[in-house]
Design a protein around this ligand. Structure first.
Ligand SMILES: [Zn+2]
Length: 454
């Protein structure tokens, strides 16, 4: 459609150029037709373009809604990803704390191990001393240093207490070490769980990141599509405004052409009036000389005077031509008058007067003028439009539903001259003449009965 449009406009322009190159003198029979055909084509083109523009804009709207939905999903994902990131950060902190705990426990264990090792060494020294001296040197020294038996007994008991204390300390330190090892194991298993959880969170976040990337891709695609559509719409709009300008130009040309025909009608009227005046002058002169002649001869027989009507196109049922500017366009019965009426197929406002009679009844020009259109119309059927000049003012008459057209565009016609025959072409329920009168060019209908004797 896009590609077709340019050549069409180019063709129209070429046709226009051609039609303005010819027929600039006199009335061109086809010029108004051409202009109106061109205008119709352009209006059709405008409608097509307008449809295209509407389609584009509704697609753009649908895409934009789709994009909004995707953006909402992306926002949602952003929220979820942020939550996961916070969870991971929190867990990382917990892992740091746990690791610190493990380090502290390790240090405590090491310290205890050192203490146990030191005490072990001390005890081993004491045992070795006892073995070397046949007993514990230190304990023996303590015992031998007693000054009395009761002191000796006290010292024995003291040595026993001392040994017992040593054993107890070792046992307690070993128990402490076991507790610490146990704690260390627990904290290490906590760390393992935390590391496991962190891995799971990171996997979940990676999945969310992947989803977000997919959605971002879709949004990018939509944006590219929107850009393309907007470009196409803009070019259709440009074409539309070009067509619109051309249509306006053609409308002006149509008006100008109608004006030109009106000018020709006015000149024809002036010429006709001039000729009439001259004819009257000659007739008066002839009558005067004839009068003188007859007076001289003294008439014996009188000739019947010819009727005032000098036009000889009064074939059978043609209406009598009345004096004045206008005459009745057809003989017959008025079946519908100007104004509102109720007919399902017709315009609710009747723009003319209907005169019914037999098919073939002569139709005559209602006044002197130039035939501005003679052709076919879906509603009016075969029709004739005549542009008149009445005392310098333009008027237009229309004759519709004709069975035959007896004139052509550009023809100069006089009041009462037969231009066609009554029929029932176009939208019509029976043979009748649809007759319209417009002030100025076609488009301003008035009641024909106010102007034409019907
Ligand atoms: Zn009618």
């Amino acid at each position: 459609m896009l590609k077709q449009s340019k050549p069409l406009i180019a063709t129209v322009v070429a046709t226009m150029a051609l039609s303005f190159g010819v027929g600039t003198t006199g009335v061109s029979a086809s010029k108004l037709d051409d202009l109106q055909n061109q205008q119709q084509q352009i209006e059709q083109k405008k409608n097509e373009l307008n449809r295209g523009i509407q389609e584009k804009s509704s697609t753009i709207k649908a895409n934009s809604e789709k994009k909004d939905k995707l953006l909402a999903q992306i926002r949602d994902l952003h929220g979820k990803i942020e939550t996961k990131q916070n969870e991971i950060a929190k867990l990382e902190q917990e892992i740091q704390t746990t690791k610190a705990e493990i380090e502290a426990l390790r240090a405590s264990i090491k310290e205890l191990e050192q203490k146990i090792a030191d005490r072990d060494a001390l005890l081993r020294d004491r045992v070795r001393a006892m073995q070397v001296t046949g007993g514990s040197a230190s304990y023996v020294d303590v015992l031998l240093g007693a000054n009395s038996f009761s002191e000796f007994i006290d010292r024995v008991s003291a040595v026993n207490t001392l040994r017992e204390a040593d054993r107890q300390i070792i046992a307690e330190q070993k128990a402490d070490k076991a507790t610490l090892e146990d704690q260390k194991n627990q904290v290490e298993s906590k760390l393992a769980t935390q590391e496991e959880n962190k891995k799971k969170l990171e996997a979940a976040k990676a999945e969310l990141d992947r989803q977000k990337k997919d959605l971002n891709g879709l949004v990018e695609q939509l944006e590219a599509e929107q850009q393309r559509l907007e470009k196409e719409q803009a070019s259709l709009e440009t074409e539309y405004s070009e067509a619109h300008e051309m249509s306006d130009e053609l409308k002006q040309q149509i008006v100008a052409e109608q004006e030109r025909i009106a000018v020709i009608a006015r000149k024809a009227e002036e010429e006709r009036k001039r000729k009439e005046a001259e004819a009257r002058k000659q007739a008066a002169a002839a009558a005067a000389s004839e009068q003188a002649e007859s007076n001289r001869k003294a008439a014996t027989s009188s000739k019947p005077a010819s009727a005032g009507n000098t036009v000889a196109h009064t074939s059978a049922p043609a209406p009598a031509v009345s004096g004045g500017t206008w005459t009745r366009p057809a003989a017959g019965r008025i079946t519908s008058t100007f104004g509102p009426r109720d007919l399902s197929w017709a315009s609710s406002n009747h723009q003319g007067v209907d005169i019914a009679n037999a098919t073939g009844t002569p139709i005559v020009a209602a006044g002197n003028g130039i035939v501005s259109r003679a052709g076919s119309h879906p509603t009016l059927g075969n029709y004739i439009m005549i542009t008149h000049s009445v005392n310098g003012k333009t008027m237009t008459t229309v004759y519709g539903h004709l069975s035959a057209i007896g004139t052509s565009q550009g023809a100069q016609v006089s009041k009462g001259q037969q231009i066609g025959r009554m029929g029932s072409t176009g939208r019509s329920s029976g043979p009748h003449l649809h007759f319209e009168v417009h002030i100025g060019n076609f488009g301003n209908p008035v009641n024909p009965m106010l102007y034409v004797p019907l």
